[in-house]
Ligand binder design. Structure first.
Ligand code: UDP
Length: 379
C-alpha cells in the first residue's frame, strides 16, 4: 500500500511527505495530535484572534531552496521581527545592539561604540561569553550589563542553568550585534505565511499520494519486531521517517533524554493594544520568560487582543506534556547516540527533526534536512 511511512506531521514530517510524494512514492503520514503542523500549528481562538497555541513562530531563512519550496504552498506576509526586553532602563531592543548601547549608556556610548567597532568590526555578531572575556574595562562593563540584564535571569528561567553552563550554540543564537539594527533575525527572508501556518501545511500534504491519519501515534499502527517495522501487522518494506522523541520510541530504556517544556498562559484583553510589541522578553523580573501579543505578529486587525505568557519547566513525560526544547550538551548527546544506534538497527528507519535528531533546529533548517533526506533516499 505505502512506500514511505512518516511519523509526525510537523515541519519535518510534512516536508518529507510532500517531497516523497512528488517523487512518486505513496506516503502514509501519521500524527498523534488531532491536527497537523506540529508546534507551528496556528488557529483562531474563541475571540477570533489568530494565535500560535504552541508558542510564537516566525519564519526566517537564507535558504533559497526552502523558501521556494514553502512558497508553493503559501504566500507570505513580510514581517521583520523585533523583540524588546523589559529592564530597569525600560524597554530595550534585543539582541543588544548599538541602539541598545546608546539607550543604556547615554553619553558614554559613543566611546564604547568606537571600541566595539575597532575590536569586532562593524556589522559583526559577538557572543555574550566572548564579550565578557575582554580586557578593556568599557567592554567588560557592556558585557556585564548584557549578561546581568538580558541573559542571566532569562536563561535561568528558560533552562534552569546559567548561560556559561549551556552549550554555547544556545546563547549564541542571540548574539550582541555591532550594528544599528533592531531586527531579531538577520535573514534575507522573514515573515509569516499569509493565511497562517496551518493552511500552508494543509496545502503541502494535499497530494493524491499522501494519506494523513491524525489522532494516530506511530505505536497505534506500527511496531518493531526482528529489527524491522511492522505496519498494521505486516512487515513494512519501505522507508520510515520518524520525527518523534527517540527515547520515548524505545520506552526510555536507557533513561529519559532531558527536554524543557513550556506552560502557556493565554489571556484575551478587551483593548486594541496590550504591549505595543509582538514579543516582550522579561529578562530581569517575573516567572515567565516572554509575552507574545499575536496581532502584532500576524498583522491581524481586530478590536481586542490575545497575549500569551510562557513559563518554562523541566519535561517529565507526563500525559499531555510537550518536549519543546532539547538540551544539547555532551552528556545528553552521549545518551542520545545510544538511542540513535537502536534506531539504526531497524531496517529502513531514518530520524528527522528537532526531537528525533535531538537538535535545536530552526524551522528552515528542518525543512532543508527533510528535502535532503528525501533526495538521498529516493534518487
Ligand atoms: N536569551 C536570553 N535573553 C533574551 C533572549 C535570549 O538570555 O532576551 C538566551 C536564552 O538562553 C534563550 C537563548 O538565548 O534560550 C536563545 O533564544 P531564542 O530567542 O533563540 O529562543 P527561542 O525563541 O528558540 O525560544
Amino acid at each position: 500500500m505505502y512506500d514511505v511511512l512518516v511519523a509526525g506531521a510537523g515541519m519535518a514530517g510534512c516536508v518529507a511527505a510532500r517531497a516523497a510524494a512528488e517523487k512518486g512514492k505513496r506516503v502514509l503520514l501519521v500524527e498523534k495530535r488531532p491536527q497537523i503542523g506540529g508546534n507551528c500549528y496556528d488557529c483562531y481562538d474563541s475571540y477570533g484572534v489568530l494565535i500560535h497555541p504552541y508558542g510564537p513562530h516566525i519564519f526566517h531563512t537564507d535558504r533559497e531552496e526552502v523558501r521556494e519550496f514553502l512558497s508553493r504552498f503559501t504566500g507570505w506576509k513580510d514581517f521583520r521581527h523585533k523583540v524588546v526586553a523589559r529592564t530597569g532602563e525600560g524597554l530595550i531592543p534585543v539582541p543588544f545592539n548599538l541602539n541598545t548601547l546608546h539607550q543604556v549608556f547615554g553619553p558614554e556610548a559613543e566611546r564604547m561604540e568606537r571600541k566595539l567597532t575597532e575590536i569586532f568590526g562593524e556589522g559583526s555578531k559577538v557572543s555574550i561569553l566572548t564579550l565578557m572575556k575582554q580586557d578593556d574595562p568599557d567592554l567588560q562593563r557592556i558585557g556585564e550589563y548584557v549578561y546581568q540584564n538580558i541573559y542571566l535571569k532569562y536563561t535561568m528561567k528558560q533552562w534552569g542553568k546559567k548561560p556559561e553552563e549551556l552549550d554555547p550554540s544556545v546563547t549564541s543564537r542571540v548574539p550582541v550585534r555591532i550594528a544599528r539594527d533592531d531586527g531579531y533575525f538577520t535573514n534575507r527572508y522573514q515573515g509569516l505565511p499569509a493565511d497562517g501556518f496551518t493552511p500552508m501545511f494543509q496545502n503541502m500534504v494535499q497530494h493524491p499520494l499522501i494519506t494523513v491519519w491524525v489522532n494516530t501515534a506511530m505505536e497505534d499502527v506500527a511496531e518493531v519486531r526482528e529489527n524491522r517495522i511492522w505496519l498494521q501487522g505486516e512487515p513494512f518494506e519501505g522507508q520510515v521517517i520518524f520525527t518523534g522523541a527517540l527515547d520515548e520510541f524505545f520506552g526510555c530504556r536507557y533513561g529519559r533524554l532531558p527536554y524543557r517544556t513550556l506552560e502557556f498562559e493565554f489571556l484575551h484583553q478587551d483593548v486594541p493594544d496590550y504591549q505595543g510589541h509582538s514579543v516582550v522578553n522579561y529578562t530581569v523580573s517575573e516567572k515567565f520568560t516572554r509575552i507574545t501579543e499575536f496581532k502584532h505578529l500576524t498583522g491581524q486587525e481586530c478590536p481586542g487582543t490575545t497575549i500569551c505568557r510562557e513559563y518554562p519547566k523541566d519535561y517529565k513525560g507526563t500525559e499531555g506534556e510537550i518536549p519543546y526544547y532539547v538540551i544539547e550538551n555532551e552528556e545528553n548527546r552521549r545518551l542520545y547516540s545510544r538511542y540513535l544506534q537502536e534506531a539504526q538497527k531497524i531496517q529502513g528507519v531514518h530520524v528527522l527533526g528537532r526531537l528525533a535528531e535531538y537538535k535545536y533546529y530552526d524551522m528552515d533548517a528542518i525543512a532543508e534536512r527533510a528535502l535532503q533526506l528525501i533526495r538521498q533516499l529516493i534518487s
